[in-house]
Design a protein around this ligand. Structure first.
Ligand code: PNS
Length: 177
């Protein structure tokens, strides 16, 4: 039977527990899931593409049918290159719907064969976004439980480079148990 390959495109700046929740759900329904980090020269991200890739590779290493890649240009073109027939996106609240609908319909216009599949993350992540995580971390608030421990540590290092000199106390893959 034909393998169903899906891509999960996004900025992942930084990866959150909501992203990981969706990756886990996606890995259960697709034969192969490619987490595709957008290389966008116009955006001014906190983390470089290489940093995001390293974090996501470590965080998804237990999912054998998940791999991490980067892409530039149109999502539909990237999907064709990796032979994906589906795009996975998360919908948290009604506020996501309009933007996601626009994107899904534009992608369908560009490539009618490519289906967008929406999944809902666990409800405890329904208010969570990378933008809010960046903002709270920058202003010194706690992001514990919102991002994996590894991401929390990297955010602290990024925002306070002195911390980089201190020894890290991380668990396997930096994931919270
Ligand atoms: O995590 P994000 O920032 O919500 O992800 C948005 C992303 C990367 C999925 C979207 O910006 C995208 O697909 N960019 C690639 C360019 C493209 O294909 N644009 C047309 C789609 S409507």
């Amino acid at each position: 039977m034909k393998k169903v390959i899906a891509i999960y495109p996004g900025s992942f700046d930084p990866p959150t527990n909501g992203h990981l929740d969706l990756i886990e759900r996606g890995s259960k329904i697709f034969d192969e899931l490619v987490v595709a980090i957008l290389r966008n020269p116009e955006k001014d991200p906190l983390f470089s593409v290489a940093e995001k890739r390293r974090m996501l590779e470590t965080l998804t290493e237990d999912f054998k049918n998940v791999r991490v890649d980067t892409f530039e240009g149109l999502t539909v073109d990237y999907a064709a290159r990796v032979k994906a027939t589906a795009v996975l996106r998360g919908i948290r609240a009604l506020s996501d719907y309009e933007y996601e609908l626009q994107m899904a319909l534009m992608n369908r216009k560009l490539q009618p064969e490519l289906e967008t599949v929406f999944m809902m993350p666990a409800e405890q992540y329904s208010y969570l976004s990378s933008r809010l995580v960046r903002e709270v971390a920058k202003l010194g608030g706690s992001i514990t439980d919102l991002v994996p421990e590894m991401v929390e540590q990297k955010l602290k290092e990024k925002l306070d480079p002195v911390l980089k000199l201190q020894p890290a106390t991380k668990t396997k893959a930096g994931r919270r148990e």
